[in-house]
Design a protein around this ligand. Sequence first.
Ligand code: F6R
Length: 236
Amino acid sequence: MKFITVDSYEKLSRQAANIIAAQVISKPKSILGLATGSSPIGTYKELAKKCDAGELDFSDVTSVNLDEYVGLPVENDQSYRYFMNTNLFEHINIDINRTNVPNGCAADLEKEGADYDALIESLGGIDLQLLGIGLDGHIGFNEPDDVFTKGTHVVTLDPSTIEANARFFASEDEVPRKAITMGMGAIMQAKKVLLIANGKNKKDIVMQSFYGPITPKVPASILQLHPDVTVIYSEN
Ligand code: F6R
């Protein structure tokens, strides 16, 4: 594991974007695993800048996102599909038909999960998976549990996650209680993993995840078993 500490969110974002850019330059047909939330916003802005400057070409890239809220249609501005469109996809030259986000409104969510795993497998797996981390150690929406779950599945969000994500909604009551998330299988099979975390409040969980025991109670701790993980952390 490579653990990089920087002293600002801007530096974190630039470094993360450079790692993703290097991936896309070395393999234009990369399969990128992408995340939502506040952590990657700066990274996505940097990627858009590089694309604008003609330094980066996403035209052959395929993306697969980690997760989506259950019950939020794509037009809802809190859906993760909407987030990806507005924070990244509309600002780079990716083919929107090659961007994938689990469908949280699918009639049969179990089938949606199986189909999503089959899609990732048919793409040959993920080349680089970008991750944030929740205050409870979740990656994607793999919440603390008694077991690590392999496939894409529906989860009930932890009260701490609902509270943390309430900042994006008009009130906590509006935060969906369920989400569909990629499981640990696809994440662990990604060739490279890049986890970004910023803020003093994330320090404890980052340390527990990468230097504490490996346990499904701290989902991100499974990454200690991954052969190619880069963590970029900024306290600010
Ligand atoms: C989002 C995701 C989550 C977030 C995590 C941190 O797609 O998979 O695991 O990365 O909740 O969120 P932020 O970055 O908002 O602190």
